[in-house]
Design a protein around this ligand. Structure first.
Ligand code: NAP
Length: 206
């Protein structure tokens, strides 16, 4: 029987409780064996991440420590050049033989799939789970996702996650303006951000 492995793809800038809740939901619902968090290195589609890759990787590593079904991969961070999901999945298929991958990320990223590098090939290598935030129109997203599957094939499912009300944008804004983010991010991540002066008060890059 094939192993079932989830890949949590995202910037994780920073990782928050919503991401961990999404991973746990997917693990339970799809009966996955494990979930690998893969923080983006140098995203092909945008510039100006607010915390360096090494900090984002460290925060994700600390956040998943307490769950023995969660792990982290630096595959995108350590690769030189652009980190395309197609390359990531191709590499992971070489490492994990006889495995079915579930690529988990935010709905905004999934509906942008037609603009990714080789979307049809990406869809052949994994199933997609699009995690939605409260407030997003499921009907609208559903129509877009249906269109993507008609154009490129593959399997994309939408997962509604109430805990995704939390966003990294909001967390960064809290640190910038000095508002507590307690209980929205793991305590170790909060301490790491403070210790390293990330997203700090007065930083105008947000
Ligand atoms: P992002 O900027 O970090 O996230 C986009 C949106 O999705 C945000 O609303 C984010 O919320 C949410 N999100 C991110 N990761 C999530 C997760 N694992 N579960 C639930 N929600 C999540 O991410 P991105 O840069 O768009 O990239 C997302 C993934 O798609 C990455 O793995 C990236 O490599 C891949 N991607 C590939 C290509 C390509 O191959 N050409 C192009 C675009 C994206 P928060 O801000 O709260 O995290």
């Amino acid at each position: 029987m094939k192993r079932k492995v989830g890949i949590m793809g995202g910037s994780f800038d920073p990782i928050h409780i919503g991401h961990l809740a999404v991973a746990n939901e997917v693990l339970n619902i799809y009966e996955l064996d494990e979930i690998i968090f893969v923080p983006t290195g140098d995203p092909p589609h945008k510039e100006g991440l607010r915390a360096d890759a090494c900090h984002r990787l460290m925060m994700v590593t600390m956040a998943v420590l307490s769950n023995d079904r969660f792990s982290v991969s630096d595959i995108e961070i350590k690769s030189s050049g652009k980190s395309y999901t197609l390359n990531t999945l191709t590499e992971l298929h070489k490492i994990y033989k006889n495995t079915e991958f579930y690529f988990i990320t935010g709905t905004d990223a999934v509906i942008d799939l037609p603009n990714w590098h080789e979307p049809g090939e990406v869809l052949k290598l994994c199933r997609f789970i699009a995690a939605t935030r409260p407030g997003i129109s499921l009907e609208e997203v559903g129509i877009k996702i249906k269109g993507i599957m008609e154009a490129y094939g593959g399997n994309i499912e939408i997962l509604k996650v109430p805990m995704l009300q939390i966003s990294s944008t909001d967390i960064r804004e809290r640190f910038r303006t000095g508002v507590s983010a307690k209980y929205l991010i793991p305590e170790c991540v909060e301490q790491y951000i403070i210790k390293n002066g990330l997203y700090r008060y007065g930083d105008t890059r947000l």
